[in-house]
Structure formats: C-alpha cells, structure tokens
Design a protein around this ligand. Sequence first.
Ligand code: URA
Length: 287
Amino acid sequence: MSLLEELKTIIEHEQSLAGPLVPLPHSGKGDGERTPASDRKPSEMARNTSSPASRIAPSGNAGGDLFGHRPVSEPGAGNSRSAYARIHALIPTESPLHEMNTLEEVEAFVRDNVLIPLDKTRKNPVFGTGNPNADLMVIGEAPGADEDAQGEPFVGRAGMLLNKILSAIRFAREEVYIANILKSRPPNNRDPLAGEVKAHAPILYKQIALIQPKILLCVGKTAATTLLDRQDSLKAMRQIFHDFHGLPLLVTYHPAALLRNPGWKRPAWEDVQMLRERYDQLTGSAA
Ligand code: URA
C-alpha cells in the first residue's frame, strides 16, 4: 500500500469508529527531526466530536493562553498594519535585504554573500522553490545532502514524503512555495546554531514579505520555534493556528520525523487536513 493510501486508510478507519481525533494534553521534547537520535513514541490520541475549525482558540482571548501564546483567527486581525509590513519589519534595519524588491534580487544576494561560515562550505545555496505568488508557504529547517547537491529544498526522501502529504490535501508542489530557515547545509545534518538562524531568518522574512502567502505551514520544531520565538515541544505547538505577526501559522511534524516514526503520520494527517480547511476558507476555494 502506498504511503498516501496508508495515511488515508488510517484516518478513515479512525473516523468511522468515533469521529475526528484531537490530542490529549501532553508534555515532552520535540521530534528531533534532522537528527534521528531522539525518536520518541507518538502521543496518545483522544476522541472528540469537534471539527478541526473549532480547534481555533476562541476569539476575545487577547492575552493568549496561560503562557501568552496567541492563536489567530483572521490574518491581520486586531492590527491595522499589514502582516507583510510587520514581518518585513523583523529584518534588521541595516540589512541590504530592506532595499530589495524581487525574489530574484534576494536569491542573488544569498548566492553571492557569505553571511555565516556554512555559506562557504555549501555546494549550493538552497533559496526556495515553487510559486512566487503562493497562498501557502511551507517552511522547513535546513538543506540536507540532496538539497545541497541540487540547490532545491526537500528533494530527498523527506521531500518525496512532503510531496505526498501535499498531494493528499490537493496541493501540487509547484502550487505552493517551499523554503527553509537556513539556506545552507549544516555539516552532518546537525541542528542549526542560534547565530546561523539569526543571520539567515531575515532572508525568510523577506521571502514571506514578497510572496505574501495567506497561511504558513512549519514542518518540524526548528521552523516553528524560530518563527514563533518560543521554545516548546512540537506536540505542544501543533493543532492550533498561531499568529505570526498577523498570518496564521500551523505546525506539524517534519517529514523526516514521519519517516522515522510512522506512528506520527496520523496526527500529521490531522494537522494538514486542518491546514487545507483553513486555506480554503482564506482563499475562498472551499467547495
Ligand atoms: N529537511 C529540511 O528541513 N529541509 C530540506 O530542504 C530538506 C530536509
């Protein structure tokens, strides 16, 4: 059975038994995606009859949850400045990125400059790929060996799985935009260092400001903790739409983590169905 069929069969079976699934409260560390050392068991799931849309935290909770984490109900809600202007403002004022107006200019900047030592050791910069007018942007961690060799994100095994997941929710890879936090490969797929993230994240902010997606999907803990500026487990961050400076942002497992832990495919499938539902609402493409 193909992976896609497997994902669908699991969820259809579960839903036929007792309706949609939501996770139990949980604690613990993240999935460890690109470093396979810390594989963990998938969380237990509890049954609930609410629809995915009802899992958006209620509005009126201006201060967010107990920890001050604010979910979002509408892009730009409660702030007159556009989400893209707010995200652009995250770029340090002295950065040359401020003056750039096209993705091509930004790509050339990434190609021609050494911002961190990894920019010297890489075979190719991995800028991003896909539709420059995409309404959905998928954000991963950093290039691996295949991506470094080809100069394109998510082209290895994890990338093949990402393509299947996108296809399962009716997206062609070419329809969305795919990028990483880091544009250069860390040696031996080690986790990105804080200084590397700090130096490269503004490139991603610029990509978001230029592409102007309506919704963001972070795959894996590094992308989520970087954008949400929050240290938490992946499981604590999924199943809710976060507010990334006015843009809805959903977090799910990294495809590499799903390859190591097939038990996470079911919750990932739940996440991406939620994503598709919200995307359809935001773009008016609901049937
Ligand atoms: N993992 C990522 O996070 N990004 C890639 O491009 C490939 C693997």
